[in-house]
Ligand binder design. Structure first.
Ligand SMILES: CN1CCCC[C@@H]1Cn1ccc2ccc(-c3n[nH]c(N)c3C#N)cc21
Length: 250
């Protein structure tokens, strides 16, 4: 997968060179390019913003540099498999399912804006050339879209074949946000490691029993309990067929 990120703060995307995503880029699984939006300005001040039409606070990002950037990164005729991702607080929620969908693309172009956002006409013009996703990472307001790009690239990148080792495959994601794996639809239960006794606190004996069936049942019960406590909405959303008799006894 090729990923292009266009931003006025390229240094904000430095974390993409680190850890999981950095290793995937080194391995050639991801082909990540971060671009300075001002590359596509032509005035003396490299202007990317202007005052809002109709008045109001702040500044709006001009459509021209964004359009030139998009055209350079997705030349006419090469739109197949390309999708434009625009982080915005007014976008549809970015969820695990959205990440799974984006992981099927061959080319993602991220347009993290600043100021009050991008002139609407850029979004409309882009949507005539390729799918445009306006996505939000949560119900809070950030100062720009770069943080959201880091979140989305990690959530999408970890789903690509070869990025996670077998021991930590995404198919075992048990978060309520995954639509895969044995605990699909549930939140992760508690996890423990050595020592068996720390600070006078014991690891639940079942986890030391060596009985894998009993351990699996205990983990599912804990995931059900935590999900019911923390995210009852996810319990409601569960496919009843995904619950067995013992689940229902919880
Ligand atoms: C504050 N300021 C005036 C009000 C409108 C937003 C603006 C700031 N801002 C500019 C570009 C931009 C992109 C994403 C986000 C963003 N905030 N919260 C999320 N979940 C986001 C995502 N994903 C915020 C952004």
């Amino acid at each position: 997968m090729r990923i292009d990120v266009v931003t006025i703060f390229p240094e904000y995307l430095a974390p993409l060179d680190v850890s999981l995503i950095g290793k995937a880029a080194t391995a050639g699984i991801l082909d990540i390019h971060v671009h300075e939006l001002r590359t596509w300005t032509h005035d003396r001040h490299n202007t990317v913003d202007d005052s809002p039409c109709g008045g109001g606070p702040g500044m709006v990002m001009k459509p021209e540099p964004w359009w030139e950037a998009l055209t350079a990164l997705v030349p006419p005729g090469s739109e197949d498999g390309a999708r434009l991702i625009v982080p915005t607080p007014s976008g549809r929620p970015f969820t695990q399912r959205v990440a799974e969908d984006l992981a099927t693309a061959s080319h993602l172009v991220f347009a993290p804006a600043r100021y009050e956002g991008i002139d609407r006409r850029f979004i409309e013009a882009a949507a005539e050339r390729m799918p445009v996703e306006e996505l939000s990472i949560g119900d809070y307001v950030l100062a720009g879209g770069e943080v959201a790009v880091l979140v989305m690239v990690e959530a999408v990148g970890r789903l690509l074949p070869g990025v996670l080792g077998n021991a930590e495959s995404a198919k075992d994601d048990s978060f309520g946000h995954s639509s895969q794996g044995g605990m699909a639809g549930l939140l992760e239960g508690p996890v423990y490691t050595k020592p068996a006794n720390w600070d006078g606190r014991e690891v639940p004996p079942v986890l030391l029993s060596g009985n894998h069936a009993v351990i699996a049942r205990w983990r599912r019960d804990e995931a059900l309990r935590r999900t019911a406590q923390t995210r009852p909405d996810l319990i409601e959303a569960l496919d009843p067929a995904a619950l067995d008799k013992k689940d229902r006894a919880q």
